[in-house]
Design a protein around this ligand. Sequence first.
Ligand SMILES: C[S@@+](CC[C@H](N)C(=O)[O-])C[C@H]1O[C@@H](n2cnc3c(N)ncnc32)[C@H](O)[C@@H]1O
Length: 416
Amino acid sequence: MDADNAYLEAIRHGRYSEQVKGLRCKYDHVRTQFEDFITTYYLRPYLEQVLKLKESSPGSEGLRFYDLGCGTGDGYELLSKMAREARLSQFDTRLIQEDMLDQYKGIDLSVELLKEAENLFGDYEHVDFCKRDFSNGLPLEEGEEPYDLYFTSYGTLSHCTNEELEKLFTDMGKHANNGSLILADFLGRYSYEWQNLWTKNPEEVTYMDYVINYLYAEEDRDEVELSSFPMRLMTPDEVMAILDKAARNAGVKLEVERFFDRSLFVGRHIETGTYNGNPQPLRLMVSSLFERGLRTYFPDLKVDYKPRSGFDEFNAPLQVLAESWNSLVDYTMTLMEHYDSNEELLPYPPQTSVKPLERAYRVMRQTLEGSKGLYGDIRADLIEAQLGYAIRSLEMNLQQGKGLGHGLVGIIRVVK
Ligand SMILES: C[S@@+](CC[C@H](N)C(=O)[O-])C[C@H]1O[C@@H](n2cnc3c(N)ncnc32)[C@H](O)[C@@H]1O
């Protein structure tokens, strides 16, 4: 199977499953600081409601999670490390303590990935991994209890056709408890990374030939022969149409709590140019902002957005984000220059009607003001990290959940 081969090649290359975090690997800083954060940030309030409900129902057990396409058990890591609001003086920030988890079950097609998942998390109590295929519906054992969260991550559901998705959502709708959640993670149809693949007809089902070439250095990318596999590109309307059918089949309501776009300019393929003639090293540069002890080359951090004519509806919000992002980088550079010339008062930011940008400007000015006299390389370790968070906040607050990011994610509640 093509997808299985492609994941196997990535594993063999050594950068897909290894737990190395940093600049260019599966677990780079964008994955950990942007993408995992964004998913948990949006999911958290709904999961907290489920937790509260559990705590208030006498005799109810802990949380049960089902991770479809679990890979190396990434969902377990993401959910178990999910943070709650915590004061500085508090040490443990985990939302889900070990005794709150009744079961985490992860399934995948790839034996190699499951082996790695077992190595990493197999010894934990209540954690199970098994080889199962979700293309014919939700794999379940006889009498298997419902789950509180049916979880997918990083575009996993884009492996499915419409028919497979309808069956999968129907099965989840039937199997879930009233109030259970589904986190449905697809590839966005109008991501800038694959601007060449944008099509106008909303009725047309679009797939891309996905290739995991982003883990290779630029100079090696064209040398290696890699398998590709079809991935479905999605808009919220397309997801809703499938959910409507599945809800009718299952006799339940599948209510979308929200959609969000994840990684509008930092998706994996922004750098490869495989599906867009305008590749830019933005993911690497943003990752570099979070790398301690390393200064980032700011000119490469700016977005060069080239609109595609005839697609104003999608160009417009992406251009607002690109302009805000670039203005923030420019302003940070100006602040650093003034800081270097020992000016008493750092310059105030330009006027803007974009509220998230106004806040980001304020935070950057405050960071530089407050950093005078601190220890260490304050550019590499403090200013750049804050700029990374500020860019993240622009991406989060200027996205509209319309399929304009690498990931389009829906948080769905099953109502019975
Ligand atoms: C995009 S990866 C996500 C992996 C992991 N969840 C993560 O967060 O990195 C999709 C995963 O789904 C698995 N997969 C694809 N089709 C599948 C199927 N029909 N049944 C089970 N797993 C499948 C792949 O092997 C792969 O591990």
